[in-house]
Write a protein that binds this ligand. Structure first.
Ligand code: CP
Ligand code: NVA
Length: 301
């Protein structure tokens, strides 16, 4: 299966170094892999280490299943066992793993940890979520939007909620494909202004203004992994930012609801919204598998 002509940077930490062509080709490959329900031996004998400091359903499972579908294997290493930066310095973990496996996917608290792994390991390193970015999620988001709307040019995606890692990756990738992003966060939870600027995103503190006429409404938890101590404060600060039937009714008639999951029902969204007719949330989750396959096929081959 293709991917041969496509050359990407060694690592996927965020989208720096990724051009419009690379993103389009990655999504086209994911789309093809999905339609063919692809199984192959492209990564036969290759092993991906999953180095996870935080829990995961989608990211871990899709990366493991993707490796199986491509003929390879994954080995899951949790923080309790490895103690990255605690039992052993990040640099030494990188210098060991590069001798054992063909790639590393790391889910970390500090972006600097995954960046250091990439710096010190000669093998590809994939960011499986850091405090700064979640590039694998953004690729699945793009595939989902393409499936529903046929493309990205001129689509308006409204992000309502926290200016977090998932939004950062969406903002990074949006200008590469012509996607327009509107962002509504409470005061004090704005994303990096440089990212907003680069994406030419529209910014407001009013969720309704962002949602009105948008093709997609996207949200994520108000309290990300690692921010649990701030939960009570966040619940107060994010009041009025819930995605519910009322907010969804403001969308474009064909408008859809996206959520990267896991969802905290009663907080950033209602259960009805996630399971309702406008939701594409579970297609979005499925697309994590197909986009992970495209990334692994290209980076590890
Ligand atoms: N969306 C996502 O990354 O889910 P997990 O935290 O379950 O991997
Ligand atoms: N922003 C969330 C995303 C989870 C997939 C977190 O970092 O916990």
């Amino acid at each position: 299966m293709g991917g041969d002509a496509l050359t990407l940077p060694k690592d996927l930490l965020d989208f720096s170094g990724y051009g419009a062509q690379a993103i389009r080709e990655l999504i086209a490959l994911a789309d093809r892999l999905k339609r063919e329900r692809y199984r192959g031996e492209d990564l036969k004998g290759k092993v991906l280490a999953l180095l996870f400091e935080k829990p995961s359903l989608r990211t871990r499972t899709t990366l493991e299943v993707a490796m199986v579908h491509l003929g390879g294997h994954a080995v899951y290493l949790d923080q309790k066992q490895v103690g990255i930066g605690e039992r052993e310095p990040v640099k030494d973990v990188a210098k060991n793993l590069e001798r054992f496996v063909e790639g590393i996917a790391a889910r970390v608290y500090r972006h600097g940890t995954v960046a250091a792994l990439a710096r010190h390991a000669r093998i590809p390193v994939i960011n499986a979520l850091s405090d700064r970015a979640h590039p694998l999620q953004a690729l699945a988001d793009l595939l989902t939007l393409k499936e529903v709307f046929g493309g990205w040019e001129g689509l308006e995606v409204a992000w309502v909620g926290d200016g977090n890692n998932v939004l950062n990756s969406l903002l990074e990738v949006a200008p590469l494909v012509g996607l327009r992003v509107r962002v509504a966060t409470p005061k004090g939870y704005e994303p990096d202004p440089a990212l907003l600027e680069k994406a030419k995103a529209y910014f407001t503190h009013d969720p309704k203004e962002a949602a009105f006429g948008a093709h997609a409404l996207y949200t994520d938890v108000w309290t990300s992994m690692g921010q649990e101590a701030e939960r009570e404060k966040r619940l107060k600060d994010f009041r009025g930012f819930q995605v519910n039937g009322e907010l969804l009714s403001l969308l474009h008639p064909e408008g859809i609801f996206l959520h990267c999951l896991p969802a905290h029902y009663g907080e950033e969204t209602t259960e009805e919204a996630v399971h309702g007719p406008k939701s594409r949330v579970f297609d979005q989750a499925e697309n994590r598998l197909h986009t992970a396959k495209a990334v692994l096929l290209t980076l590890l081959k």
